[in-house]
Ligand binder design. Structure first.
Ligand code: DWN
Ligand code: SAH
Ligand code: ZN
Length: 405
């Protein structure tokens, strides 16, 4: 039996998504032999309710020099992080000579605004390529994994932080005990730790099982975060639901007594209780919906191919590694994936080996159907690709249900 990574309580597995590759490792054609696979399965802790992966993938396999995801690839996300920076500057970085730290700053999409405002800041990210892109925007970055030792060193050399922020990164880090010891040393007495990650409530409601992949180790709820925060000597003082990436929650933690928890905390906790969000029966129902989605999607794609339609996919997301490998979708069902990321183009999707081409080629000529793998950017992509539907093309979505648009 595997133990909870937070409290060492017993984990009960509720969903097995099979053998999966690194979601962000895109092999070159002809170089698929050495691909790494692990068993992707999710469990729930019987003591602290934290939902988490049953197996941990070594961090160096995932966050490397050539980590291909760059956050600035979506205009909606650029705007989201610019607004986030302005809000942090207005509410947290208010003293004299404030200091803002970001864990997982990636290409500097958030910190660039902090830097432009002339506010002292530091990003920490182990992936050299994206860190260099941040530096090109004038952002200060340490190429390192944030952990206790990194935090102690930053506190010693640069002083304590008013706010530490992390987007789509805390849920990537199994070793949270080390992170929170580091935060204790790094945060000022009245400082805040603000982080946002995919919300289990949205994942269950939308059957968005593709949020589960090697990099996403934890699936937070307000309740599991509150319990975890207390264990590490902090208090959950605010929650905000966010529409980005298919539904996230932004959590604010502070030292006990430093801030009065907002009404939103009690409201979200009550909502989770009324839905029995992290109850075993809810998670079992979710797992059954996931299996149904797999069956519906493979049946639809198989039928469309049998009818002679040309079917492609859009967005070589990390998430879609789970969909393709769990559902058995390869080049025989989906001939090509279009994506704007230069580092992914000319490569193959992990495990499923579908060729990736630049999105400019999507219209040459338009396919009959396009499976929208980057469904979290549906509005942005569908408006950019308006012409596809005007020409009679159809989008295929698989969350919350398999459907053709
Ligand atoms: O948590 C994570 C999130 C923030 O980013 C990381 N673990 C990894 C990554 O996950 P993802 O790859 O599933 O993220 P996205 O943002 O859904 O990826 C979108 C993909 O689609 C990118 O490869 C870029 C591409 N894209 C495109 O081709 N045309 C995106 C947009 C907006 C477009 O218009
Ligand atoms: N914050 C960005 C990037 C999310 S992708 C956004 O929301 O779009 C996750 C990022 O976390 C990657 O850039 C990865 O290199 C980084 N990362 C992973 N583990 C980390 C750690 N221990 N410390 C700091 N960054 C980490
Ligand atoms: Zn636990």
């Amino acid at each position: 039996m595997t133990d909870c990574r937070i409290c060492a309580g017993p984990l009960t597995e509720f969903l097995d998504l099979g053998a999966q590759p690194n979601s962000d490792a895109f092999p070159r054609p002809g170089e698929t032999d050495g691909e790494f696979f692990f068993r992707l399965a999710v469990g729930r802790c019987g003591s602290c309710t934290m939902v988490q992966l049953m197996e941990e993938v070594p961090r160096e396999r995932m966050f490397r020099r050539d980590y291909p995801y760059h956050s600035s690839g979506s205009s909606v996300m650029r705007e989201h992080f610019e607004n986030t920076a302005r809000q942090l500057l207005a509410t947290e970085a208010t003293g004299t000579d404030p200091f803002v730290v970001e864990i997982g700053c990636n290409d500097g999409v958030m910190l660039a605004t902090v830097s432009d405002a002339g506010v002292r800041h530091l990003g920490v990210d182990p992936s050299q390529g994206v860190a260099d892109q941040a530096r090109a925007k004038g952002v200060r970055v340490r190429t390192a994994f944030f952990e206790e030792a990194t935090a102690l060193d930053i506190a010693a050399t640069e002083g304590r932080a008013d706010v530490v922020y992390a987007a789509n990164t805390l849920c990537h880090i199994p070793y949270l005990d080390s992170i929170f010891r580091g935060l204790d040393a790094l945060l000022k007495p009245d400082g805040a730790f603000v982080f946002e990650d995919p919300y289990l409530g949205d994942i269950v409601e939308r059957t968005s099982f593709d949020q589960i992949y090697d990099e996403h180790f934890y699936f937070f709820t307000a309740r599991s975060v509150q319990t975890m925060a207390r264990r590490y000597g902090l208090e959950l003082v605010d929650v905000v639901r966010l529409p980005v990436h298919g539904g996230e929650v932004r959590y604010t933690l502070a030292r006990p007594g430093a801030r009065v928890p907002t009404a939103a905390v009690a409201a979200l906790l009550a909502d989770e209780d009324s839905k029995a969000l992290a109850a075993p029966a809810t998670l079992e129902r979710f797992a059954a919906e996931v299996r149904r989605t797999r069956d519906d999607l493979t049946a639809l794609l198989t039928q469309l191919r049998a009818e002679g339609h040309r079917v492609v996919a859009y967005g070589a997301t990390a998430k879609s590694a789970t969909v393709a490998n769990y559902c058995g979708i390869g080049p025989e069902l989906v001939s090509v994936v279009y994506d704007t990321t230069p580092a992914k183009q000319g490569r193959l999707t992990p495990g499923s080996h579908i060729p990736i081409q630049p999105s400019e080629a999507f219209s040459e000529p338009y396919p009959d159907y396009a499976l929208l793998l980057a469904w979290n950017h549906a509005e942005e992509i569908m408006s950019k690709e308006r012409e596809f539907r005007a020409m009679g093309g159809k989008w295929i979505l698989y969350t919350p249900k398999v459907r053709v648009l």
